[in-house]
Design a protein around this ligand. Structure first.
Ligand SMILES: [Mg+2]
Ligand SMILES: [Zn+2]
Length: 262
């Protein structure tokens, strides 16, 4: 399958898998984070698990983890694995492809994909290469309309090059390479698509900015007992949308049906 990368709104670029279905009314956009939302694990942990390295580098990486600077972390780890440990991209991809789904999530995603009034996309600070490899391994490539993430490609020498999605300076809640909230706002304000409801599903603090950009008619779906859920009480006043809490795909499906969102 070919993935075309092209600009489709003034400020946005992403891996567009097919056109959004342009219809005037009752469109629903379901947006999913990837790590710990679709997959039960993290790409950065899976890749970082290959590291055997001196303490000094570990400290540097630990700081990036503390800062939630996943893209920089991933770039440094990939270059160490490539240059110092001779870990091949095949080994890395194999490990990522084997990461399990959050229980019940693939079933929910496939069910949503059958509904022609719903567009689905992934909005993630991982990268396009590892995400699409996991989707391919699970026969999920046709489910999503678009993937908004850091673009990545394998170079001729087998190195996985990850580039920033953007260089943003306007949002200090998000890393410089990706403000998830501005992606949501661009989709919301794009008159071609006219989504009258947006569902955002995520687990961690880097999902707070997109959730705070949701409107009253939208739905934030926050993973139970995960990072963002724990910090929710201090942010709830800044969230306009309905909030649903879920532990896995089964509970998320139940919550969406219970609240008449599906
Ligand atoms: Mg996540
Ligand atoms: Zn942001």
């Amino acid at each position: 399958m070919m993935f075309a990368i092209r600009n489709y709104a003034a400020t946005m670029c992403g891996t567009i898998l097919r056109s959004f279905q342009i219809r005037a009314k009752h469109r629903l956009l379901a947006t999913f984070d990837f790590d710990n939302t679709i997959i039960d694990g993290d790409c950065y942990e899976a890749v970082g698990g290959f590291l055997k390295q001196p303490q000094e580098t570990t400290e540097k990486l630990r700081k990036l983890i503390e800062e939630r600077n996943w893209m920089k972390y991933m770039r440094i780890v990939l270059s160490l694995l490539h240059q110092q440990q001779d870990v091949s991209i095949t080994e890395i991809v194999q490990r990522v492809r084997q990461l399990p789904e959050v229980p019940g999530m693939m079933c929910l995603l496939r069910q949503l994909a059958k509904d022609s009034s719903i567009d689905m996309c992934i909005l993630s600070d991982a990268n396009s290469y590892l995400i699409t490899e996991w989707l391919k391994a699970n026969q999920m490539t046709n489910i999503f309309t678009a993937i908004f993430t850091n673009p990545a490609r394998v170079c001729l020498d087998g190195f996985l090059q990850v580039d920033p999605y953007e260089h943003q300076t306007h949002c200090d809640q998000c890393p410089e390479n990706l403000c998830k909230g501005s992606v949501i706002k661009s989709l919301m304000n794009c008159t071609n698509y006219n989504f009258n409801r947006i569902i955002y599903v995520g687990d961690s603090c880097n999902d707070l900015c997109p959730i705070q950009s949701l409107r009253q008619q939208d739905v934030a779906c926050i993973r139970r007992d995960a990072e963002l859920h724990d910090k929710l009480p201090s942010h709830i006043d800044n969230i306009r949308s309905q909030v649903l809490i879920w532990r896995d795909g089964h509970e998320l499906q139940h919550q969406l049906e219970l609240n008449a969102i599906l």
